[in-house]
Design a protein around this ligand. Sequence first.
Ligand code: AMP
Ligand code: ZN
Length: 462
Amino acid sequence: MLKLYNTLSRKKEIFNPIKRGEVGLYTCGPTVYNYAHIGNLRTYIFEDILKRVLLYNGYKVKHIMNITDVGHLTGDRDMGEDKLEKGAKREGKTAWEIADFYTKAFKKDLKLLNIIEPDIWSRAASDKNIKKQIELIEILEKKGYTYKTSDGIYFDTSKVSDYNKLSHLKLEELKEGARVEKNPEKKNPTDFALWKFSPKNEKRQMEWKSPWGIGFPGWHIECSAISMRHLKNQLDIHCGGIDHINVHHTNEIAQSEAATDKKFFNYWMHGAFLNIKGGKKMAKSEDNFLTIENAFLKKGINPLVFRFATLQTHYRKPMEYSEDSIKSAKNALNSLYDQIIKLGKKKGMVNENYQKIFLSAINDDLNMPKALAVLNKVIKSNLSEKDKLATLLDFDKVFGLNFVDLKKEKIPQNILELGEKRQKARQEKNWELSDELRREIEKEGFLVKDLKNNDFEISKKI
Ligand code: AMP
Ligand code: ZN
């Protein structure tokens, strides 16, 4: 029995998909005007864990992710510059080149974090999606949910009775949040743009004809259009970071349910933030912005250390990033890898008792800290080495830490020779030479460990 916390009900609910044995999963994708930061990536890891847990439970998963390559304005609501056009100015490229470049960079990040790619990537600015978004706005217009201002077509949020059902805030509180961006032409502060007109006397790089004039779709309509297009009557789970609850997802629900008169997604799940010291949210607009490249690759740290670190905090709890916490995650993962390598390569049997405890942890709203505790129990247990290995490899279908690739690296001959030389130096108590050789080995990307009986072991650094 899989239980998931649903933001709609603010409760853990038993998960029941619409179609038996199959799940439609929609995850809000990146706005591709810059690299993803590791806060964004924490959310994508949480969604990957969710998908792996669904797969582990035997569901067939159809996973769609959008790429926001148009329409997301710097103010999250409807004011400010289009982030893509801003990125294009910053880098002296076209908005299309910017989208292409950062989409590729994002896919590379996912690979480094062992995140399974969605079945379908869908770009907001593709011809089919622009058409679908215009069709949706036309339906809303016919049903009387829209009005026109000098800069676009807006959705009238006062026409829906349960606009606050996802946020669980009072309408007044939602309005208060929306007032930060002033637009005197809006009927209600919470109203949002469905279509924005291109500014007069200015040609945007990304713009299309529509029944209302040349312009581009608002940010929220893309996720409604894309999820309906690809998941049709399989609108099971929709995810994103918690910052999407009060605006983006609230607006998606309002416009979709207004258009179809049907419930739009049964389960809404949200990942908590990655913060830096002092509880400050990591954001692209701040200078605390860390990428996989500058936080890990440049320092020679395997990005899976970050994946492992995120598993130690439940996805609904804020996580604090610090170099120290990464250092300890790195040591812990190194030692875990060492222990798994030592189990050899023989094929064994998955232990059903431990598997049951593991399943009950992951099925309790993706409790990964508990699941990691089960992993440690297996390692310390008195199971045979091969059964331990089989059980851990089974768990790794969910953890995604690449246990299966942990065959002992072949250590090059020259490194082994350095190790022998160092051992000899140690026996001769020539500590200076022995330290120098250790440094040389480490410079080449390997670690040397002294064992009992004058023996030593060399492994690849991770
Ligand atoms: P964006 O590319 O800005 O549209 O955001 C991509 C995803 O990252 C969304 O699901 C956001 O909710 C999420 N997100 C943004 N900042 C953070 C953060 N500091 N920690 C975790 N998730 C975040
Ligand atoms: Zn979205």
